[in-house]
Design a binder for this molecule. Structure first.
Ligand code: PLP
Length: 476
C-alpha cells in the first residue's frame, strides 16, 4: 500500500482468495455454527476495540478479528435450522453478485451514472413480472426493502389527486380532510410506519377485520370507506396482503380491487413474502387480482434466494410515482433526461445500489423452473411438518398454511389461555437455546402461537424432524 492509495492488488488478490475459500466452507455447512449466538447484550461490544486504530492493520489481522470478535455474535440466517420470521437464503450467485457490485460500486441514480444498471433494472423487474405470471404493462424498480416500496406506493396514492399539490404544500395547516388508508388487521406494520412518515398518521390507518381464515373482509372494507366518507374523511388507498407476516393469509385481492375501482382508491398489494409463490404454476392463483393493483411489492431477499437487500416494486402508474418524487437539481440535469429512466425520479433516495445485478444473476442461475421447484419443495416441507403437528397429541395447527410457514401451538389439558401462552413461550425459549433450530412466534388475537417458516435452500426433512423432537422435548 502506498501512502495515498488503496491496498496493493497482490495483497487484495491473496486475501480475496482466502476469503472465497472461507465463504465456500461457510456456505457448505453453516450448521457448524449455532444458528443463534448466546444472546448476551453487549457481548460483541466487549470484544471490540473502543477506538479506531491509528496505524493501518493488515487485512489478515482484520480477518482474524472478524472471526474472533464478530462471528461469535452472528445469527446465522443461512443455517438450515433457521426457521424464524421469514427464512431466506443468500445463494451462491447472489453472493458472487454482491462481490461484483461492491467492486463496480455503481451508483445508479441517473441513467448515465449507470446505463447498464438502469436498463438491467427495467429488464429484470420485467422478468420478475413474467416469473410471477402477471400481465404486461408494469413499471418496475428495485428498492432496499418492502417497507420502502410500501412507503413509495402510499406516497404516490397521496399524490394521486394533483390538484391537492401535496408535494409542494404538504398536509399541515391547510383546509384538507383527513386522509385514510385501509388494510387488514393482519397487515404488516410497515403500512403504519409509511403513514407515520408521510404525515397521514397511524391513527388514519384503518385496520379492517378479517374472516375466520385471517383474510381481509371486503364487505367490512366497503363499510369502513362509506363511514369515513360520511365523516368527511378522504380515503386514498387500500393495502391488501398476499402472505401476511403472522400467518401468511391471503386477502381476497379481486374483491378488494372491485372496491378500489368503485371508490377510485389506489390499491397496493404487499406480497413481500408470498408474492414469489406466483413462480409456481399451481400456486399462481394466490396472486389472483394482483394484476388489477396500482402497485405491488415482492421481496427477492425473502423467498427468492437473493442476499439482503432486494425489494421489487411494480407499478402501473409510474407517472404518479414520478410526480410524487421527481426533483431535478441543476447538477443532476442531463441531455437525455426526457428520453431515459432516471431512477432517482421515482423515490426519495438519490443514490441507488446496483441490486438488479444480483437479482439477474440469481434468476439466471436457477432459471424459472429451478425457482419453481425450490419454492414448491418448501411448501411441501411445510405441509409435511404441519402433518406431523396435526398428528401429535396436544399439538394443534393454528392457521391454514398456503405457503411454507406453519403456525401451531401446544395445548396441554387444564391450562387456561394465559397459562397456555406462557407455556408456548417457554417452549420457544427451550427450542431456541438448542443452537440447532431457531423458530419465532406471533399472536393470533390473544393466542400466542409458534411459527416455523421454511425458506432456506439448505432446510430439509432432517432439520424439521430435529425441530419436532426439540419441540416435543420442550413441552415438559
Ligand atoms: N410486508 C410483509 C408481509 C412482511 O412480512 C414484511 C417483513 O417480514 C414486510 C412487509 C417488511 O419487509 P422489509 O423488511 O423488506 O421492509
Amino acid at each position: 500500500m502506498t501512502e495515498f492509495g488503496d491496498i496493493a492488488p497482490a495483497e487484495f488478490n491473496a486475501r480475496a482468495h482466502e476469503l472465497v475459500e472461507w465463504i465456500t466452507r461457510y456456505l457448505e455447512d453453516p450448521a457448524k455454527y449455532p444458528v443463534l449466538p448466546p444472546l448476551v447484550p453487549g457481548a460483541t461490544t466487549a470484544l471490540l476495540a473502543p477506538s479506531p486504530p491509528r496505524e493501518p492493520e493488515p487485512l489478515k489481522n482484520i480477518f482474524e478479528d472478524f472471526e474472533s470478535q464478530i462471528l461469535p455474535g452472528i445469527t446465522h440466517w443461512n443455517h438450515p435450522g433457521f426457521l424464524a420470521y421469514f427464512a431466506n437464503t443468500a445463494s451462491a450467485p447472489g453472493v458472487l453478485a454482491e462481490f461484483l457490485m461492491a467492486a463496480l460500486n455503481v451508483n445508479g441514480m441517473l441513467w448515465r451514472t449507470g446505463p447498464a444498471a438502469t436498463e438491467l433494472e427495467q429488464m429484470v423487474t420485467d422478468w420478475m413480472r413474467q416469473l410471477l405470471g402477471l400481465s404486461p404493462g408494469w413499471f418496475g424498480m428495485i428498492n432496499d426493502l418492502a417497507s420502502t416500496s410500501t412507503l413509495y406506493a402510499l406516497a404516490a396514492a397521496r399524490e394521486a389527486d394533483p390538484s391537492l399539490d401535496i408535494r409542494r404544500k404538504g398536509l399541515a395547516g391547510r383546509d384538507l380532510p383527513t386522509f385514510r388508508v385501509y388494510c387488514s388487521e393482519h397487515a404488516h406494520s410497515s403500512v403504519d410506519k409509511a403513514a407515520m412518515t408521510l404525515g397521514i398518521g397511524s391513527d388514519n390507518v384503518v385496520r379492517i377485520p378479517a374472516d375466520e381464515a385471517f383474510r381481509m373482509r371486503p364487505d367490512a372494507l366497503a363499510a369502513a370507506i362509506a363511514a369515513d366518507r360520511i365523516a368527511g374523511h378522504r380515503p386514498i388507498a387500500v393495502v391488501a396482503t398476499v402472505g401476511t407476516t403472522s400467518m401468511t393469509s391471503v386477502d381476497p385481492v379481486s374483491a378488494i380491487a372491485d372496491v378500489c375501482e368503485r371508490e377510485a382508491l389506489w390499491l397496493h398489494v404487499d406480497g413481500a413474502y408470498g408474492g414469489v409463490a406466483g413462480a409456481v404454476p399451481e400456486l399462481r392463483h394466490l396472486l389472483d387480482g394482483v394484476d388489477r393493483a396500482d402497485s405491488f411489492v415482492v421481496n427477492p431477499h425473502k423467498w427468492l434466494f437473493t442476499p439482503m437487500d432486494c425489494s421489487v416494486m411494480l407499478t402501473r402508474r409510474p407517472d404518479v410515482l414520478k410526480r410524487a418524487f421527481s426533483l431535478v437539481a441543476a447538477y443532476l440535469e442531463t441531455a437525455e433526461q426526457d428520453t431515459v429512466i432516471n431512477y432517482m425520479d421515482y423515490g426519495f433516495q438519490l443514490g441507488r445500489r446496483f441490486r438488479a445485478l444480483k437479482l439477474w444473476m440469481v434468476i439466471k442461475a436457477f432459471g424459472s423452473d429451478g425457482i419453481a421447484t425450490r419454492i414448491r419443495h418448501h411448501c411441501e416441507l411445510a405441509t409435511t411438518f404441519a402433518g406431523w403437528i396435526a398428528k401429535e397429541a396436544n399439538w394443534e395447527l393454528s392457521a391454514p398454511h398456503p405457503f411454507s410457514t406453519v403456525c401451531f401451538r401446544h395445548t396441554p389439558a387444564g391450562l387456561d389461555l394465559a397459562a397456555t401462552n406462557r407455556h408456548n413461550a417457554a417452549i420457544l425459549d427451550r427450542v431456541n437455546s438448542s443452537g440447532d433450530i431457531f423458530i419465532s412466534h406471533t399472536m393470533l388475537g390473544s393466542t400466542y402461537v409458534l411459527r416455523v417458516a421454511i425458506g432456506n435452500l439448505r432446510t430439509e426433512l432432517p432439520h424439521l424432524s430435529r425441530a419436532l423432537s426439540l419441540l416435543q422435548a420442550a413441552t415438559v
